[in-house]
Design a protein around this ligand. Structure first.
Ligand code: TYD
Ligand code: MG
Length: 455
């Protein structure tokens, strides 16, 4: 094992320093530096060497490099494969982060049960009996799935040697300890030191390892933030506990894109992929309600119909008007309110404004701008939009409607779900079967087409 050296790491921004100081020199946070360890093996050349991609330090002609080495193996869990860009790469280390109770252990047990050949589940939190009874519920009792209740790093590595599994899951990395590292279990030194060692073992054997990392609402000390540099892939597993929907995103991914969204539903029989997400998001929609707009958005490669809702309420003067944004960017909401006031002469200055995306989805693309504007005006004027209408387009500061990508795919998804009309930017190139398209160049035109009152 390569020598680890003691450093001090900022828990806010993950920058490292040889000496402790009261203030992080990178992000300026106070009292955020904690002891940590760092090894020389964190360079990408040695990581690539571990994966047998190219020999480290040797120049090779590009055509001679074998592209099939390091290809992902499908996991058989469609939504996970979608996020990972095909599957798990041999020798890679993936961190699955999420709040307690979100379903990390459930998903990984399903992953192991689906894995062809031998696999090892290290449970450092729950007893073997607890895991076994969960496996019963999930139908995950499979030959070749080995279970190890163990917290000691040395014993875990020995078990990997003895069993030679094709996939290892460690649940969770926060409860694994290496007495040689000193420091308390769960501390940054322990968590990163143990993760380091597991990364080396994974690369050396060419087997994939998945680490579970708990995060608290605030991001969590000794949690995924401090591990991001050590692992190849960081997956964030999110959702609202009282809601069955779970979303998975890659926060970091060395082997593919990070923009794909995976969707699961927590059921009696564990996590089930949601291939038809639009249907799910629109299931509870009440048509004819003012302030509701359906927006065809794109998540990675996937078109997704989501409902945007707005509510406005006149308040007495002198009280600051509240603006609340859930699932849409607060700054974007403020900007669109300003554009509505200056370019469409619709002022919501004396109104409190609430905007939210239904189903816990986050809309980060500007393609949702026009939908949000129409939702706001629809809410403020108590005028519902047509039930069969979808709206897409970016809104500029001059009140112009700007083009967005993948209009064709968005509209095809809308047509598939029975929407008959769409308001789209002027430049929208594609014609789509089954949906009639209204091209608009400005916010005011869009308001007219949507039959909303204009000033
Ligand atoms: P779990 O995988 O233990 O969460 P984590 O490992 O992220 O802490 O899942 C916890 C929740 O999932 C728990 O509230 C019970 C629920 N659950 C189901 O609804 N169906 C199931 O089949 C299983 C196994 C769990
Ligand atoms: Mg768990």
């Amino acid at each position: 094992m390569a020598k680890l050296r003691l450093i001090h790491r900022c828990t806010e921004c993950a920058a490292s320093f040889p000496k402790w100081s009261g203030k992080c020199l990178s992000c300026g946070a106070w009292n955020s530096l904690v002891e940590d360890v760092e090894g020389p093996e964190e360079t990408s050349a040695t990581l690539a060497a571990g994966l047998a991609l190219v020999p480290a330090g040797v120049a090779t002609e590009i055509s001679r490099i074998d592209a099939s080495v390091g290809r992902p193996d499908p996991t058989g869990i469609g939504e996970l494969d979608r996020v990972l860009g095909g599957g798990i790469v041999p020798g890679s280390v993936t961190l699955l982060g999420g709040e307690p109770g979100i379903g990390k252990s459930t998903l990984l047990l399903q992953l192991l049960a689906n894995w062809p050949g031998k696999s090892l589940y290290v449970t450092a939190e729950e007893s073997a009996q607890q895991v076994r009874s969960r496996a019963d519920r999930l139908g995950a009792l499979k030959d070749g799935l080995w279970l190890l209740p163990e917290m000691s790093l040395a014993h875990i590595v020995k078990a990997i040697d003895d069993i030679s599994p094709g996939l290892v899951v460690i649940d969770s990395i926060q409860t694994v300890v290496d007495p040689d590292l000193g420091s308390a279990p769960g501390s940054v030194v322990q968590v990163r030191g143990c993760a380091h060692r597991l990364v080396q073992e994974a690369k050396r054997r060419g087997i994939p390892v998945v680490l579970v990392g708990h995060v608290t609402k605030e991001g969590g000390l000794a949690g995924p933030r401090v591990l991001e540099h050590v692992v190849d892939t960081v997956l964030a597993f999110e959702g609202e506990r009282h809601h069955a929907l779970r979303m998975m995103r890659a926060v970091k991914h060395r082997f593919g894109p990070t923009n794909e969204l995976g969707l699961f539903e927590m059921t009696e029989a564990g996590l089930v992929g949601v291939p038809d997400a639009s249907q799910l998001f629109l299931a509870d929609r009440r048509t004819g309600a003012p302030g509701s707009v359906v927006v065809p958005t794109i998540e990675g490669q996937r078109p997704l119909l989501v409902e945007l809702q707005a509510l406005t309420n006149q308040i007495s003067s002198g009280v600051p008007a509240r603006r609340s944004a859930q699932g849409v960017d607060q700054g974007r909401l403020s900007m669109l309110l300003a554009v509505l006031e200056r370019r469409a002469r619709i002022s919501l200055a004396s109104h409190e404004v609430y905007a939210s995306v239904v189903g816990g989805v986050k809309l980060t693309e500007p393609g949702a701008d026009l939908g949000l504007c129409l939702a706001l005006v629809s809410a403020a004027t108590d005028t519902p939009l047509a039930p069969d209408l979808v709206v897409v387009g970016e809104v500029g500061l001059a009140g112009e409607v700007r083009q967005v990508g993948h209009t064709g795919r968005r509209l095809a998804e809308a047509a598939r779900l029975g929407f008959a009309r769409a308001i789209v930017p002027m430049s929208a190139p594609e014609k789509v079967q089954g949906i009639s398209v209204h091209r608009v160049g400005s916010l005011n035109e869009a308001l007219t087409v949507a039959q909303l009152p204009t000033a």
